[in-house]
Design a protein around this ligand. Structure first.
Ligand SMILES: [Zn+2]
Length: 256
């Protein structure tokens, strides 16, 4: 009889040891705001980088006032300014949009063919167990061609994203080594995030980077981190509250 009394304690101890309920889940896409709000010109991020980095070591986004492209890789957060310069950042005035996670590859593939953006993503799509969940995507190695862009900081009153993107600066590189960091999101995410692939690039020497417009892979390693959990942190400010998001359409990768 006495022995049985210990069973609940034993079970509780085992659950604690093996992490039933209270372990922080690392396979979570943590997202700040929505791509639709960003497209509507809501560039005032109230979430600081200090908070964002508590939710991931890998991901993409942008900065207060659309001040360049954000890329996080191996726990280092980088800002790519409009002139293409890349700098690690530890503090930022605010993050209006970002998608991060703690990256742990579930699947790794070697691709040793010269595949375009469309060809490589089609190839990866065939290997996915499902298109209905998220994947953090890391593709590293040699790129025969890389076309990337960054955006200039905007000032109030903010223009919509399609207007702001008319001022983007585009950079092209050939035979460059580096890493693409980003997400593949399901089609049903088109109003919250970018449906399909959304990738940013940083060179191996961490000097060049930006939002990926096009590329041709050389010999690369593709790593996918299956992500079934999603946490959305919405802005708590009047600008976001007053946006009319009910009527606006979805965003796909070609529009950003
Ligand atoms: Zn981007």
């Amino acid at each position: 009889m006495l022995k049985n009394k210990f069973y609940p304690f034993l079970i509780l101890s085992l659950l604690t040891l093996f992490g039933c309920c209270h372990v922080q889940r690392r396979d979570v896409l943590y997202q700040v705001s929505t791509i639709q709000a960003l497209s509507a010109g809501d560039y005032d991020g109230q979430e600081c980088l200090c908070r964002l980095r508590r939710h991931g070591d890998f991901g993409i986004g942008t900065f207060q006032g659309l001040d360049g492209e954000l890329l996080a890789l191996d726990g280092v957060f980088y800002q790519v300014k409009v002139d293409g310069r890349v700098n690690p950042v530890s503090q930022a005035s605010g993050i209006p949009f970002a998608q991060v996670t703690f990256f742990n590859a579930d699947k790794t593939f070697s691709v040793d063919q010269e595949l375009s953006y469309a060809e490589l993503t089609r190839y990866l799509d065939k290997l996915l167990p499902s298109k209905n969940i998220f994947y953090a995507v890391k593709i590293s190695g040699l790129f025969k061609y890389m076309k990337i862009r960054s955006v200039p900081k905007q000032s109030q009153p903010y223009p919509k994203l399609d207007q702001a993107l008319k001022e983007q600066k585009v950079f092209e590189f050939y035979d460059i080594r580096g890493t693409m960091v980003g997400w593949r999101s399901p089609q049903y995410m088109e109003k919250l995030g970018v449906a399909g692939y959304h990738m940013h690039f940083i060179s191996e020497d961490r000097q060049k980077g930006g939002h990926v417009l096009d590329f041709k892979a050389g010999a690369v390693k593709a790593e996918l981190d299956k992500t079934a959990d999603f946490y959305l942190s919405l802005p708590d400010n009047p600008e976001f509250f007053e946006l009319n998001l009910g009527e606006a359409g979805g965003i796909d990768a070609e529009k950003i």
